[in-house]
Write a protein that binds this ligand. Structure first.
Ligand SMILES: [Zn+2]
Length: 156
């Protein structure tokens, strides 16, 4: 698929120093459209949707909020901490709304692995199927999310 001019503009906003210091793309030199397509295919191969992944992130964030900044245990083997960072961010895709810089850390104590994400990540995944570019310090690898957060395909 060919990238539109509109997508070129979005991609420009994702460069370091435009909306955020590090930007959203890391060392990824691909066109935004190709990043989106590859992650979309990866998610489909796992019989999942971006919305299903976002739902799980929201569920863990909301459960973690009860810890009021401290890590709390969530069954069966998670520790979740939710912390706030001052400030809000607009979405680089240009739709209305700004997102608080909430940091959510989910540790899977069984696997000894963790995922760190923000409200912006939840929005980017849910609305745009965007997980950031490869090499971005904030990229969320779809397969890692699914494994660490134990996201299951919907039962048919
Ligand atoms: Zn958006």
């Amino acid at each position: 698929m060919k990238q539109t001019v509109q997508m070129d503009r979005i991609q420009e906003k994702m460069q370091p120093g435009v909306f955020t210091r590090d930007g959203f793309l890391g060392s990824d030199r691909r066109k935004l459209i190709d990043i989106l397509i590859e992650d979309d295919e990866a998610v489909k191969r796992m019989d999942l949707t971006h919305q299903k992944i976002a739902e799980r992130l929201i569920e863990l964030r909301d459960a973690g909020m009860r810890g009021l900044g401290e890590f709390i245990n969530i069954e069966p083997h998670y520790e979740v901490g939710v912390g706030s960072v001052r400030g809000k961010l607009p979405c680089p895709f240009g739709d209305p709304g700004i997102f608080p810089k909430t940091n959510i850390t989910v540790r899977n104590t069984k696997l000894g692995r963790e995922v760190i994400f923000t409200d912006m990540h939840i929005h980017l995944i849910d609305s745009h199927g965007f997980y950031e570019g490869k090499g971005s310090p904030f990229r969320l690898e779809p397969a890692a999310l699914v494994e660490i957060l134990n996201i299951q395909p919907a039962q048919e």
